[in-house]
Design a binder for this molecule. Sequence first.
Ligand code: ADE
Length: 223
Amino acid sequence: MKIDILTIFPEMFDGFLNHSIIKRAIEKGKVTINVHDIRKYSKDPHKRVDDYGYGGGRGMVLMPQPIFDAVDDLKDDDAKVLLMTPQGIPYKQKIAYDLSKEKHLIIICGHYEGFDERIRTLADMEISIGDYVLTGGEIPSMVITDSITRLLDGVIEKESHLNDSFNNNLLDYPVYTKPVDFRGMKVPDVLLSGHHANIKKYREEEALKKTKERRPDLLERDD
Ligand code: ADE
């Protein structure tokens, strides 16, 4: 899987790409993540990427030229272009699964004051990571990249994400580690029993119970 990210703040990705699972996935060759500075594509003599919006009122608006040129440069037949914007479709684990099957993603990070409306025509999909407004699409693009990368074959053990929250529209079951008794709070006996069928049953029941308590809306969903 190849992911190209278009941003006006490439430095924001330094920490993200150099730690933990993402770093390991890159090192193992499971994913290639290239961060591109949109400024590099600007044809303006001062490398400007934004300007005042027509009609007034708003602040600076990202111009179409650098982003169109960047997408023209990076796009191949396999590429799917994603635009990060609060006006996009709400991001869900199901979308992460679908996108993890793609070969090449190009992610355009929007900007809080806005981007020229014509940029939307480049996108195969506009995505929002939640009903709140961030200063730009950089953090959303990291959210998407992280959630997809962990699903790629060989990045983490399959077991780990088969039981993720939101699979089968259920929240995850509770897990425990040592010690068995911590400040009077005990690990449930069934988990110490070694009885696999009972453990499986306990986990299914707990996942359902937690989902009913906290996110009954998930049980109504059919996606
Ligand atoms: N850009 C700013 N806020 C966003 C959000 N909630 N989702 C995606 N992109 C954004």
